[in-house]
Design a protein around this ligand. Sequence first.
Ligand code: AMP
Length: 195
Amino acid sequence: MNLLFIGPPGAGKGTQAGRVADRLGIPHISTGDMFRQHASNGTELGRRVDVIMKAGDYVPDEITVAMLAERIAEPDADGGFILDGFPRTLVQVEALDGLIGTDGLDAVIVFDVDVDELTSRLLARGRADDSEDTIRNRFDVYQSQTAPLLDIYGERGVVSRVNGLGELNDVTNRILDSLGQVRDAKDSAEPRARS
Ligand code: AMP
């Protein structure tokens, strides 16, 4: 199963993507984690993206797409994957369509979380790229660049909104429940030939 988790920064999507990936036995692919790994390894790419991440801006599409394309070509992604934090721009949506097809995602889980709650979560997390200015910028960038992606996936009929607040386990179960619903809805809407 190929899944995409989308949500504003601090919505808990990374944590939940990890938990759901474990439950489903598929890899959790986070471009943010991959960039942070490069930054902490001090690679050339890492030095370049470190500045961008600290400002709360997006890494250029060509860099991000090339890194993601390489990752999903690895054998552990053959049986499906959870994308967390990619795609984030229209160019990245098109690139992903080119890699897995426009019907390549089985479900897009969208996290609904209150903005005040998000801000306090982010400040409490205390990551290096989580200063107050950066947080504000990351929300703005999410609203302008990433929120429009929801319309595209909405039209494809694969979006499922999940309330991201509450106990970790409850949220995980809500996601697993909604995956069942999305899969059922998709199966009944588009019956496939059986051999
Ligand atoms: P995340 O952990 O997903 O919030 O990502 C942390 C940071 O990595 C973002 O604020 C961006 O600077 C960068 N990043 C992660 N994924 C992408 C992406 N798909 N496109 C552009 N930049 C990204």
